[in-house]
Design a protein around this ligand. Structure first.
Ligand code: ADP
Ligand code: MG
Length: 569
């Protein structure tokens, strides 16, 4: 008996993966090519998918993560095996920690050789390495399972608390073939990947009761609230309840920072004095001093809205947990809210306003000083004036002092425009986030970077130039980590651990790839350079020379940095 050769066309694993991406409208890949995924990238581009190639996988991963945050659709990062995968894994772990949906797709070596540890090219058990750092990890071994594999990865990334998903594609999978029609049928639509999750009636009543009796209520908005894209209902609730609010750094702009109810400029006061605190998509982690201790002063009743039930009681007891998606939860609170029954002390808001006024006046005076060389304040003051005229601009921010000062000085007036070091307080997200945001939104990006922070991803200025992205990088150059003034007490020829090359010209890095370099030593030069860069839309790097003695060690995190007796010089 002879078998009839199939007349149907076949498809290989490469194309089936590409079809799966397109089927789910995942139209951009951030990655770095090499064995075994080079042809996957090529074929993806040929099929109309945008492939943005990076110089280091960590930045491709950071770009994918921030794309996920901005769009609620998983950002895709593609890497080679072992070392490329591990570089991408840092970004995947960061995405999971920050609750950003992304999928890290890596090629991998022959399973049989990896499992017997026979020494394959870039041999590594990637699936198990990814597991502790990802929300979920999957491997697709058969071309027939690509449809299911992608459906699982996408659903895992975006449902519930979003996070990073690892998808392992062995080299062998890419060269498998199957009937093209069958392959098409194996791709299917994911029904309701992010179902709305309404809170229980009891949880809303409990919370409203606490709010009703609160004398000094406070709302804290976290980046979960920004991610949820429930901007209108959140604003409505805050304004109708007249409760002062504090935005966490990436929630800035959910309501404009100059909103009268913003308590940012009276942060320590409201945290210490409030008696009832409603957390909306914010965790009581280190960024909020774990909800206890001196920062939090007087005893509180906490109300917490979160999609993840196990977030509740993680640091302190929560009096009124509300489990569900932020849109549905805040809507339910709003529906039940009776502003007339609220009993907050009238002096609560007035004393916040007084403190705000005082602090803002003091800050304005500091920003206007014009020391030479520039310090963090005068440099940020000049940037602030320009950015105030461009609410559409996305601000990326990392560093120690550069982060701390910019967070409080640069106002945001629209949601999801501030992208920063996030939950880990991480350095090295800068260029990845900037590129991911520019590619995803088409909007201009200004990255305000400490010189140390910039160093982690600096080579990506080539990527910025290659794709001609409207990104302005401002390097706050104070010759070192924290500051540039430390000396080696032994008098030996190595400089101190915190010190970089003095007077470095980071602007020349951008020029090397055809972008615009700008060297700024005064606030006027800095604002002129920024203005010009924004108007031109050209890749620009401004080397902002900052007083090397201006920074404090670890910025505002001095308490986290253990120290011994001062060095004798
Ligand atoms: P921040 O650092 O700004 O305080 P976090 O990242 O610590 O913000 O907290 C964000 C919280 O928001 C997480 O606990 C996450 O589970 C929650 N979250 C994210 N998306 C949603 C959503 N759509 N609905 C409800 N909670 C969400
Ligand atoms: Mg520095």
């Amino acid at each position: 008996m002879t078998t009839e050769p199939s007349l149907n066309p076949t498809i290989d694993g490469f194309h089936q993966v590409i079809n799966a991406l397109k089927h789910h409208h995942l139209n951009t890949i951030f990655g770095l090519v090499g064995i075994p995924i080079t042809d996957l990238a090529r074929q993806a581009q040929a099929s109309g998918i945008r492939f943005i190639g990076f110089r280091h996988e960590q930045q491709a991963g950071n770009a994918a993560a921030i794309a996920g945050y901005l769009t609620q659709s998983p950002g895709i990062c593609l890497t080679v095996s072992a070392p490329g995968f591990l570089n991408g894994l840092t970004a995947l772990a960061n995405a999971t920690t920050n609750c950003f949906p992304m999928i890290l797709i890596s090629g991998s070596s022959e399973r049989e050789i990896v499992d017997l540890q026979q020494g394959d090219y870039e041999e590594m058990d990637q699936l198990n390495a990814a597991k502790p750092y990802a929300k979920a990890s999957y491997r697709i071994n058969h071309i027939e399972d690509i449809g299911i594999g992608f459906a699982r990865a996408i659903r895992a990334a975006v449902s519930g608390r979003p996070g990073g998903v690892y998808l392992d594609l062995p080299a062998k999978l890419l060269s498998q073939t199957m009937d093209a029609q069958e392959a098409q049928k194996s791709l299917f639509s994911i029904i309701d990947p992010v179902p709305s999750q309404s809170p229980s009636k009891e949880s809303i009543e409990r919370a409203l009761e606490l709010l009703k009796n609160a004398k000094r209520p406070l709302i804290i908005l976290g980046k979960g609230a920004a991610y949820a894209q429930a901007d209108l209902v959140i604003r409505d609730f805050i304004e109708k309840s007249k409760i002062p609010y504090l935005p966490m750094s990436m929630a800035k702009g959910l309501l404009p920072d100059n909103h009268t109810q913003s308590a940012s400029a009276a942060r320590s006061y409201v945290l210490a004095e409030a008696d009832t605190v409603l957390l909306i998509g914010a965790r009581l982690n280190w960024l909020l001093a774990h909800g206890k201790g001196k920062t939090w002063g007087k005893p509180k009743n906490f109300i917490q809205i979160d999609i993840s039930p196990t977030e509740i009681d993680s640091n302190v007891a929560i009096a009124a947990p509300i489990i569900g998606d932020i849109g549905s939860c805040v809507k339910a609170l709003l529906d039940g809210l009776q502003p007339k029954l609220l009993t907050a002390e009238p002096t609560w808001m007035t004393s916040i306003l007084e403190r705000k006024e005082k602090n803002l006046t003091k800050m304005a005076q500091t920003l206007d000083l014009n020391p030479s060389p520039m310090n963090f304040h005068s440099a940020l003051g000049s940037i602030k004036k320009i950015l105030n005229q461009h609410p559409e601009i996305i601000v990326v921010n990392e560093g120690a002092n550069t982060l701390d000062f910019a967070r409080s000085i640069i106002d945001m007036s629209l949601p999801r425009k501030r992208l920063d070091s996030g939950t880990w307080g991480i350095m090295g997200i800068g260029m990845g986030y900037a590129i991911g945001a520019a590619v995803t939104t088409g909007l201009p990006v200004v990255a305000i970077e400490g010189d140390s922070a910039f160093g982690f991803s600096g080579m990506e200025v080539e990527t910025i130039c290659r794709y001609q992205l409207p990104i302005v990088v401002i390097v706050f150059n104070n010759n070192g980590v924290y500051s540039g003034t430390d000396v080696n007490p032994t008098g030996g020829k190595d400089v101190a651990p915190t010190v970089f090359v003095k007077g470095a010209r980071y602007d020349k890095m951008m020029e090397a790839f055809g972008g615009v370099g700008c060297h700024a030593t005064t606030p006027e030069e800095l604002s002129a350079g920024l203005k010009k860069a924004i108007a031109s839309g050209k890749p620009t790097l401004i080397n902002a020379v900052i007083d090397e003695s201006a920074g404090t060690e670890s910025g505002r995190l001095t308490t986290l940095n253990p120290k011994t007796a001062p060095l004798s010089k």
